[in-house]
Design a protein around this ligand. Structure first.
Ligand SMILES: C[S@@+](CC[C@H](N)C(=O)[O-])C[C@H]1O[C@@H](n2cnc3c(N)ncnc32)[C@H](O)[C@@H]1O
Length: 235
């Protein structure tokens, strides 16, 4: 079992600041473009009508915010990496969505939004980076109105025999090398498999969500369980 990596906010924000310029390219390349489908599945699960306010936590370069905007009237994206948000802001402006998408620098463990002020919350590939994910889950419950929906995407480890060893080889040997070569940041792409390997199991994370005040908690595997879509309702 790998050691849990250091997740102090300064280290994590600094790491994402450093890889930000190549983040989108690597995301799409390393996932063979499937990442867009995972984000779309998360947004679909929220069952938005177009009138809601969506809060996207760990917003990064605003891919979820932009995809979510087609289904919500307003999106607030929160992230603590200034460089990731700066790229996100360029994309939001290029899409002509500055009036509807607001990107804010802030920590998932202290969300800069009022109690019960949003209708839906998303987190894509961010929760495993948060130093105390259980605190972020309580914060998301605080921000959501009762009955509001939560959708979280996070990497998992596929269980299917045959797929699992192949995937682990790709994830621990191939992916860090490509990531390192393209981003020039060795630590970030070794951190990725280490952070996934030490994150809570789906059963454990579902329990964290229930303890934070969510009901109807589900964990649905996507693409053989490479990714899990966690969904829940604010009680
Ligand atoms: C792997 S990226 C995902 C970005 C985006 N959601 C996506 O789907 O591409 C993780 C993001 O989470 C942010 N992050 C990690 N921990 C955070 C925290 N405690 N508070 C705010 N942002 C955080 C990082 O800065 C980074 O931009």
């Amino acid at each position: 079992m790998a050691h849990a990596p250091d997740k102090s906010p300064d280290r994590i924000a600094g790491m994402f600041d450093a890889i930000a310029p190549r983040y989108d390219l690597l995301n799409h390349l390393l996932s063979a473009g499937i990442d867009r489908r995972w984000r779309a599945a998360a947004i679909r699960s929220l069952k938005l009508t177009g009138r809601e306010t969506l809060l996207d936590v760990c917003a990064g370069t605003a891919d979820v915010a932009l995809a979510g905007r087609s289904h919500a009237s307003r999106v607030i994206g929160v992230d603590f990496s200034g460089a990731m948000l700066a790229l996100g802001l360029q994309k939001v402006r290029a899409a002509g969505e500055s009036h509807a998408i607001t990107l804010v620098r802030g920590d998932a463990m202290r969300l800069p939004v009022a109690d019960r002020s949003v209708d839906a919350v998303t987190v894509a590939f961010g929760i495993r980076n948060v130093q105390q994910p259980e605190v972020a889950c309580v914060e998301m419950a605080r921000a959501l109105r009762p009955g509001g929906r939560l959708a979280i995407l996070e990497f998992g480890v596929p269980r299917i025999p045959g797929i699992k060893p192949l995937y682990l080889w790709y994830f621990t040997h191939v992916l860090p090398r490509i990531g390192r070569a393209i981003s020039g940041h060795a630590a970030a792409y070794s951190y990725l498999p280490a952070s996934v390997g030490t994150f809570a199991s789906p059963a454990e994370f579902m329990q964290t969500l229930r303890a934070a005040g969510f009901s109807d908690v589900r964990a649905d595997p996507l693409t053989f369980g490479i990714v899990y879509l966690y969904t829940a309702l604010r009680k």
